[in-house]
Write a protein that binds this ligand. Sequence first.
Ligand code: TYD
Length: 208
Amino acid sequence: MSKFIVVEGLDGTGKTTQIKILADYIRKKDREVEITAEPTAHPTGKLIRKILSGEVKSTPWALASLFLSDRIVHNTDPEDGIEKMLSDGKTVISDRYYYSTFSYQGHETDLDWAMNMHFSCPEVRRPDLVLFLTMEPEKCIERIRANRPDEAIEIYENTESLTKISRQFDTVFSILNEDENIVYIDADGTVEEVSERLFEAYDTYCGE
Ligand code: TYD
């Protein structure tokens, strides 16, 4: 059966690398897998990128609402939306989802407001499995700088912001723990060690 899996975590935890490895692991089990990400490549996501880089000014409340709009597009786009891919029988892995809005924008706005607008929206699907990659914020910043020394740093990519967001992620996942399949993955290890942890979680929750 097709599954919707989300990989979450702070910037620098290695989500993108781990998602590719997990996708290959699932493909070896004869499943079709699509990798997708937020912000999306749709116009809503492009506007968000401009805000994250500081090119366009916004407010945390406006940004939270934009992320919801982008997420609705992500769910419902008739060509590459999550619903379409799942109905084609594919397993979908998303790099970030509403947990990021609850954590990055939720701590600067109002978490209940952010959660309510998502959970009352019929066009936002709940994932089957959430893999939450955890790592110390200082280590995340070290990795971000080492991986792209020349690239612009986005608005949240400093130790102070990431520390607050990290605490907020913990709050969010403790609230949602009863309703969703959330697995904490220690992301501080070799690529192979971390991917083994993801495989184990996948097999537990999604393996046939
Ligand atoms: P990106 O460069 O894709 O970072 P990463 O590879 O670490 O995912 O940028 C995504 C940024 O957007 C990241 O800093 C987190 C932020 N973000 C939010 O603030 N709220 C959200 O709802 C989402 C999906 C992302």
